[in-house]
Design a protein around this ligand. Structure first.
Ligand code: LMR
Length: 331
């Protein structure tokens, strides 16, 4: 593995000095027509333009190259250079601080979220990735998750005994258990089939993922719980990144800044149009919970914050609560 990396770096150096093109493979697991799918293509276009063709970004959507867990390993090995995994994917890497983003109801809205992702706490979190050979470049939004199942999800009792697909996250595991559900970890690319065959009863997604994976075809009920956040950290193989000529790296940083503005601008629009698509399909009943129903879910899930505080980091959580005003002990 090490030899491969050395070889890759050597080839890169030779290639660049000879004026050859550097290829960045950017792999992700969602559909093209999602916030991440569109933002990665935007980045690829701007990277090509700003580097005047010195860098070519190849985007591989829909788990075409790797499934969730494998893509992180591929990045660390240098088989791909860039990813934008959901923030839940960093806990299994050992950087448990990122699990804060999985905590239910921790952000009320995007304004609260951006205080963290676009501020100093976000920057400090990205820096924590460096010992794993990963350089964090930016946070990209997707949106807030909602629960779906084949039976209505109105009251907390409706979650009891149901199997829900989750990403591999101890916090998400506790979230499902807090309402009496049974969590089942599964790769994103396998969710549609698992729902179709009844391996799991339900799941949680931002609507853009729900719709573009056609989950509305295999889930009769979607409740707009907006109970948790799903977004991304754009990351690169650190050795690859540090090995780029400074001017090229600077141009890519500019492209990434622009792509981040673009991603965060289209994320809400994309989720809104996906919801319209779900409604129009007539295949899933979309339910908007009452204030009281949503509050009951929030209260039921609040203990997850207390239970996970030591694992995620008490200090980090306090600094987030201070910015957003959330207090799990006062529900
Ligand atoms: C998931 O596994 O549900 C998400 O990480 C998919 C994604 O990248 O949006």
């Amino acid at each position: 593995m090490k030899l491969k990396l050395v070889l890759a770096s050597a080839l890169l150096a030779v290639g660049l000095s000879a004026g050859a093109q550097t290829v960045i493979k950017f792999s992700h697991v969602v559909a093209v027509d999602t916030p991440k799918g569109q933002a990665s293509l935007f980045f690829a276009k701007r990277a090509g333009e700003l580097t005047k063709g010195k860098v070519k970004v190849e985007v591989y959507a829909n788990s075409a190259l790797y499934k969730d867990k494998e893509e992180m390993e591929a990045l660390q090995m240098g088989s791909v250079q860039m990813l934008a995994p959901s923030l839940a994917k960093f806990g299994p890497l050992g950087v448990k601080d990122f699990e804060a983003f999985d905590l239910p109801f921790i952000f009320d809205d995007t304004a609260d979220l951006h205080k963290i992702t676009q501020g100093p706490i976000g920057a400090a979190l990205l820096a924590k990735l460096e010992p794993t050979g990963i350089k964090g470049l930016a946070f990209w939004d997707n949106g807030f998750k909602s629960f779906s199942a084949n039976t209505p999800l109105k009251n907390v009792a409706d979650y009891k005994g149901k199997k829900f697909r989750i990403q591999s996250s101890k916090v998400l595991d506790e979230e499902i258990r807090s309402v009496g559900g049974i969590p089942q970890v599964m790769a994103f690319s396998e969710v549609y089939q698992a729902l179709q065959t009844g391996v799991v009863d339900g799941t949680e997604n931002p609507i853009s993922n729900f719709y573009t994976q056609k989950m509305h075809e295999v889930q009769k009920h979607l409740t707009l719980t907006n109970h948790g956040y799903l977004g991304y950290a754009v990351i690169v193989n650190k050795k690859f990144w540090d090995g780029l000529p400074a001017d090229v790296r600077g141009q890519l940083e500019t492209a990434m800044k622009e792509a981040t503005v673009y991603a965060n601008k289209i994320a809400q629009e994309d989720n809104d149009s996906s919801l319209a698509g779900v409604r129009k399909s007539g295949k899933t009943t979309v339910y908007e919970p009452t204030k009281e129903e949503r509050m009951a879910l929030k209260k039921a899930m609040a203990p997850v914050h207390i239970k996970m505080a030591d694992r995620v980091g008490k200090e980090l959580l306090q600094s987030i609560y201070k910015e957003t005003g959330f207090d799990p002990t006062k529900l």
